[in-house]
Design a protein around this ligand. Structure first.
Ligand SMILES: Nc1ncnc2c1ncn2[C@@H]1O[C@H](COP(=O)(O)OP(=O)(O)OP(=O)(O)O)[C@@H](O)[C@H]1O
Ligand SMILES: [Mg+2]
Length: 253
């Protein structure tokens, strides 16, 4: 069974940046083969990793849904789906990337979804680690489009309001259908010394802050230039902090 890590949080808290650095860090520490999953319909994990997605699981589902169950003389829908999913898989150095794309539109997708789930289960079983860049919100955990997770990082900005949102996410986790092994609240874009007041607030809210990720000028510069995070130097403060986070989690030595 692969080890699955998902990164969630409010819009703009750094999910895609931290997901991309998680992929690069784990691959660097030989967590191979690794599958990166972009579960945000807005698709930006590919650009962060210097790739360009052409096809998504949602697109394959649409195509399969508009097909008849078995085209005479052709592939069955199940064979077709399996084939197209493998085509949608982007191969990069040390990892593959799969983009989920849009959730299903109106119409009946039961049959397509059923075989899709089987195809995805078979595909993901072949990996040692899976890293999921989530869309903001917990809907996909309720819909159970995400499989069970070993580790969930809940990203927040370093504000009291951000911590309160993280508390709500932790509470919601007890209601969703996805099983979550461990969940950790991580503050991102912290400038300077972490303020003691936030640590105290988190204490009062009943959870520890697992990591403080710094505001990183190198990340900002790459973003402004439209360059991928694969070009980030090994001394980037955010990269170092993400490595330390996975060391603390015991995932890398
Ligand atoms: N530690 C950091 N230092 C500097 N810039 C950062 C840092 N983390 C994120 N950013 C920048 O903040 C912006 C939002 O980051 P990102 O796209 O990763 O957030 P997100 O949570 O995935 O957003 P969305 O909810 O839209 O998917 C980007 O411009 C990114 O480069
Ligand atoms: Mg994102």
């Amino acid at each position: 069974m692969p080890t699955t890590i998902a990164i969630t949080g409010k819009g703009g808290t750094g999910k895609t940046v931290v997901s991309a650095l998680t992929v690069l860090t784990l691959v660097e520490h030989n967590w191979c083969p690794l599958l990166a999953v972009d579960a945000d319909p807005n698709l930006n994990l590919d650009a962060a990793l210097g790739l360009k997605v052409e096809a998504t699981v949602g697109g394959v589902r649409e195509e399969a849904g508009s097909r008849r169950r078995a085209e005479p003389g052709g592939m069955s829908t199940a064979e077709f789906l399996e084939y197209r999913i493998h085509q949608a898989l982007l191969e990069a150095e040390g990892f593959d990337l799969l983009a989920m794309g849009r959730p299903e539109g109106p119409g009946c997708y039961c049959y397509a979804n059923e075989i899709l789930r089987g195809a995805l289960d078979r595909l993901t079983a072949a990996y040692r680690a899976i890293v999921v860049d989530c869309e903001a919100g917990l809907e996909h955990f309720s819909r159970r489009t995400a499989g069970d997770l070993d580790l969930l990082l809940i990203l927040s900005d370093p504000t009291t309001r951000g911590l309160e949102t993280a508390r709500r996410v932790l509470d919601l986790l007890t209601e969703v259908r996805t099983k979550v092994g461990e969940s950790k609240v991580v503050l991102n874009r912290v400038r300077g010394e972490p303020p003691a007041s936030l640590r105290e607030r988190a204490d009062r809210l009943g959870f520890p802050i697992a990591a403080w990720l710094p505001e990183d000028e190198q990340v900002r510069a790459l973003d402004a230039a439209g360059r991928p995070l694969t070009e980030l130097g090994p001394d980037s403060p955010l990269r170092v902090a993400v490595t330390n986070l996975y060391m603390d989690c015991g995932l890398i030595g």
